[in-house]
Design a protein around this ligand. Structure first.
Ligand code: AMP
Length: 146
């Protein structure tokens, strides 16, 4: 079987995302594939926009700055070049699909908590990414660190 040439890793920048990052980096290092990373910032207006008459732009800018710093802290030691780091605004599933197309990824790597019951029915980001992906998707089981 041919190996993957371009991996796209979705990170939520939580402490737990380390487990997903480690798996993607190990795959990159053993296969020689390219590795791109994407973090999607969800606009506050998606959650509160209709209900709270407030200008979120200042807070949104601060969130962007923080996310950029977190991405650098994650990617610098792993030798992931700037050009392979994507910080975008929108809905995670949709934007991960967009970036996968843009970079020509043949494998998307995301974490999965393997939740049960209602939250499984309601779907997770991993589920959303799987549905509608034009390439393979690897869901790395994330273990609770608490
Ligand atoms: P969740 O469904 O929120 O538990 O997230 C599962 C996985 O989806 C995470 O481990 C990441 O790989 C990916 N993911 C979640 N949120 C984002 C985000 N905002 N940007 C990029 N990837 C994300």
């Amino acid at each position: 079987m041919a190996s993957y040439r371009h991996l796209l890793l979705g990170v939520d920048l939580s402490a737990e995302s380390r487990q997903v990052v480690d798996r993607a980096v190990a795959m990159r290092d053993t296969s020689g594939a390219q590795l791109s990373v994407v973090h999607v910032i969800e606009p506050l207006s998606f959650a509160y926009g209709g209900d709270i008459p407030m200008d979120f732009s200042g807070i949104q800018e601060e969130i962007h700055k923080q996310a950029k710093a977190h991405m650098a802290a994650l990617c610098d030691p792993l030798n992931i070049p700037e050009a392979n780091r994507h910080l975008v605004v929108g809905r995670p599933e949709t934007e991960i699909h967009h970036i996968a197309e843009e970079v020509g990824a043949d494998l998307i790597v995301v974490g999965s908590h393997g939740r049960h019951g209602l939250s499984l029915l309601m779907g997770s980001t991993a589920n959303g990414v799987l549905h509608g992906a034009r390439c393979d998707v690897l869901a790395v089981r994330v273990r609770d660190e608490s």
